[in-house]
Design a protein. Structure first.
Length: 95
C-alpha cells in the first residue's frame, strides 16, 4: 500500500513508523510495556484494514490510529495530540 504524505510525496507503508511513534508517545504517557504492545498491535491492525486500497493518506492513517487509541487509552490520545501539535510546529510529525 502506498502512503501519500502531506507534501504529496509517496512511499510504501511502513508499520515500523507507527510502532515508533506509538512508543515515543507512550513514553510520555508513562504506559507500561504490556499496554504499549497492545496499542501498537491495535494501531497496526486498524491500518491493515486499509491495505486493500492502492493508496492512503497520512491523514487517513492518523484517523485510524487515533480511533484505535481512543478505545484503549484515552490518556494517550491527549498525549499524542500534544506531541503532534509540537511536531507540526517544526514540521516533523510522523503520522
Amino acid at each position: 500500500m502506498e502512503v501519500v504524505k502531506r507534501d504529496k510525496s509517496i512511499e510504501e507503508f511502513n508499520e515500523e513508523k507507527i510502532k515508533s511513534a506509538v512508543k515515543r508517545v507512550s513514553r510520555d504517557a508513562k504506559l507500561d510495556d504490556e499496554t504499549l504492545e497492545k496499542i501498537q498491535k491495535t494501531c497496526i491492525s486498524a491500518v491493515q484494514s486499509l491495505k486493500e486500497r492502492p493508496s492512503v493518506t497520512t491523514k487517513e492513517i492518523r484517523t485510524f490510529v487515533m480511533n484505535a487509541l481512543s478505545e484503549i487509552s484515552p490518556e494517550i490520545v491527549n498525549t499524542w495530540e500534544k506531541y503532534d501539535q509540537e511536531n507540526k510546529e517544526i514540521g516533523e510529525s510522523e503520522l
